[in-house]
Ligand binder design. Sequence first.
Ligand code: XBP
Ligand code: MG
Length: 244
Amino acid sequence: MSEWQCLLWDVDGTIAETERDGHRVAFNLAFAQAGLDWGWDERRYGKLLHITGGRERLLHFMQGRDDVPRDPVAQEELAARLHQLKNQHYAAVVNEGLIPARPGVLNLIREARAAGVRQGIATTTSRSNVQALLGRLLGADWRSWFEVVVCGEDTQRKKPDPEVYLKALQSLGLEADQAVAIEDSSPGVAAALAAGLQVWWRPSVYFPSLGSDHLASPKVASWAALPPGRCRAARVWSACRTDE
Ligand code: XBP
Ligand code: MG
């Protein structure tokens, strides 16, 4: 087995709990702005999250409703307009400082950089949302922290399809066993495993558990089982190097 040398970060749910207090709130603001009396409460949104991609989630929600256009093209246009409005509201929510990083995340990103671990982003969220969140959490030069940033616009198929991870690996010039994905959700873990990656899994508000097949996979390790504290990345890194 090769030595791993790169962390591939998922964004939503992994770097921050963006879904309940960020995207969901922003979708509801977009609905109100568009004059629609739709509302996604926390429970309903949790169910909708199994459709990855905000525009795809909207289209799924519209199926069978009698208050949306029948014409598929008009439906697509409505979903695209609402999605654009949602992303604008999301950036505003993030810029108000309402979405903090999850505990340990910023330390691990910094420790990884200090330890010489390569890092990338592999997410099915829109590029503007990644820009808003990481700009807020890491500062204006956030892009320089990551060698590759693959987003929703860069793929034909969203997680659980492995495309986002395969693109990141290709761009980095790495084989799957040379990188580790950090993920929170079932679709995210499925995408990473299908790309052949090891996964550090950390449950999030909407994804408190994984299916038994994923939990049983020797490629899935719990984030909680990793060495704690400020030197997590450096310790994990050096442990992996000496395990050779
Ligand atoms: C999570 C998603 C996204 C977000 C909303 O992606 O599926 O759709 O819910 O973002 P990940 P968009 O966990 O891979 O980051 O509206 O931009 O799709
Ligand atoms: Mg996620």
